[in-house]
Ligand binder design. Structure first.
Ligand code: ADP
Length: 444
């Protein structure tokens, strides 16, 4: 709304006052005094309005201005309107800021606003969680005092912030953060941090895997290469030497082939997203066959016993289960010295359906147990020749079991022996007529 100009009316009013005063002065013969009194009156009214104006301003701006006419009324109105506009703008800005903070807090990545040499001005909830920041305690603190990792310090000091760095969180060293810095405005920077722990772990696993597989393949290849070269250098090889060399080549080729087979199986187990088959499997019969194979491998050096519930079957995948159980039985033979005893057990109790392999072998130091099912993890990496496995056996067991909603429990005592216990959910076990009716179709 356009306000009318109050000045002409105010001037008119003053002129009228002076005119009346002059007339009274003329009539009374004291013109100067009358004009002076009129001016004092005018000044008094102005001072009163000024005092009211000051009081209104002082009391708070929310109140509507006091009713007033003329110049002062216009002044009040003007001020009041300016104030309202200012208040509305402030509310709009506060709302905008609130929404910005809300959206920044909802971001899954950490955001920290930095000023000058890295003083933290503001951060979102994720940053508080990742970096352990507390409001307002840490406001104004330098980020370099908080994130002291040398890689980050160097990155911050660099001044050109292309790319990113990976550093552990100061709160939890297992939490890996990928940090970027984006400069904006004057002397301001935005620090963005993302949780890349999973990605980092996968990357490390991939690197380890390539290193492991290269190492595993290099050993037999070096042996084969060496034997082949020796043979080619000899003009006339002794037939016995020749046979021994051939046997060495055969053994190392078998080792490589085992490695490739295990790798293929493991890769299939890992990538196959379908659930394992759930057909009744005659595990008892399977274990009997495995016991015969184990006896052949043992060559009479061990006592191998079966303690199995012949009526108990399991809903699952025949091929996968055979691979898993075979790995456990073969391990028991491999890691049990001569004259040791190996018991293969198959039973159900209140908690689970168990397939157990108990041996009186070398046992495993406790600190190795949690990592035993990792690919290529071995307790004694120095083993070679016939006993050298692929290091993939227990990884295969773990995958097969997890595809059957089962788990592996390993109990072991050094130099006394180990028990590898596969625990399947009770609901996968079956017995009685249904089992015996279908058992024939599931035999290998
Ligand atoms: P490997 O091919 O080396 O046998 P596994 O994954 O089957 O690989 O086993 C991993 C490691 O666990 C083995 O290298 C061995 O050190 C240890 N291990 C497995 N089974 C037994 C056992 N029955 N007794 C003692 N140690 C065992």
């Amino acid at each position: 709304m356009l306000m009318s100009n109050p000045w002409p009316a105010a001037a008119m009013r003053l002129a009228l006052l002076l005119l009346i005063a002059a007339l009274i002065g003329l009539v009374s013969g004291r013109v100067t005094l009358a004009l002076l009194l009129a001016l004092v009156l005018f000044l008094g009214v102005q001072i009163r309005s000024l005092i009211r104006f000051e009081r209104w301003l002082r009391r708070g701006r929310q109140l509507r201005p006091p009713q007033s006419e003329g110049l002062w009324g216009s002044l009040y109105e003007h001020f009041y309107r300016l104030q309202r506009r200012h208040r509305e703008r402030r509310q709009r800005l506060a709302e905008l800021l609130r929404r910005f903070k809300e959206s920044a807090n909802a971001m899954p990545d950490a955001t920290v606003v930095l000023r000058g040499v890295g003083e933290m001005q503001w951060w979102n909830a994720t940053a508080a969680r990742y970096l352990g920041l507390e409001w307002p305690r840490d406001q104004g603190q330098r980020i370099a005092n908080l994130l002291r990792h040398p890689v980050f310090s160097e990155f911050l000091a660099r001044g050109d912030w292309h790319g990113s760095v990976k550093v552990p969180s100061p709160l939890d060293e297992h939490l890996v953060l990928e940090i970027r810095i984006v400069p904006y405005g004057q002397e301001r920077k935005l620090l963005l941090a993302r949780d890349v722990t999973r990605l980092h772990r996968l990357e490390t696993m991939r690197r380890d895997f390539v290193a492991n597989i290269t190492h595993e393949l290099r050993t037999p290849l070096t042996v084969i290469q060496g034997v082949a070269e020796t043979l080619s250098e000899q003009d006339e090889a002794d037939p016995e030497d020749f046979q021994r060399s051939l046997e060495l080549i055969r053994e190392q080729s078998r080792r490589m082939s085992r490695l490739v087979d295990d790798l293929l199986l493991l890769s299939r187990l890992e990538t196959d997203e379908r659930k394992s088959a759930a057909v009744p499997v005659d595990v008892a019969a399977m274990l009997e066959v495995l016991a015969v194979e184990a006896s052949a491998l043992s060559g009479g050096r061990h006592r191998i016993e079966l303690d199995i519930d012949r009526d108990l079957q399991l809903r699952g995948d025949q091929t996968e289960l055979r691979s898993a159980f075979s790995n456990l039985v073969v391990n028991a033979v491999k890691y049990t010295p001569a004259d040791g005893r190996i018991v293969i057990r198959w039973f159900v109790d209140d908690d689970a359906v168990h397939m157990q392999v108990v041996d009186t072998g070398s046992g495993i130091p406790p600190h190795h147990l949690p990592r035993l099912t990792e690919r290529f993890y071995r307790v004694d990496s120095g083993r070679s020749g016939a006993t050298a496995g692929t290091g993939l056996g227990l990884a295969i067991v773990k995958h097969v079991l997890s595809r059957h909603d089962a788990r592996l429990d390993i109990r072991s005592q050094l130099n006394k022996g180990s028990t590898f216990d596969c625990l399947f959910p009770v609901k996968l076990g079956m017995r009685g007529l249904a089992a015996s009716a279908s058992s024939g179709t599931n035999r290998p």
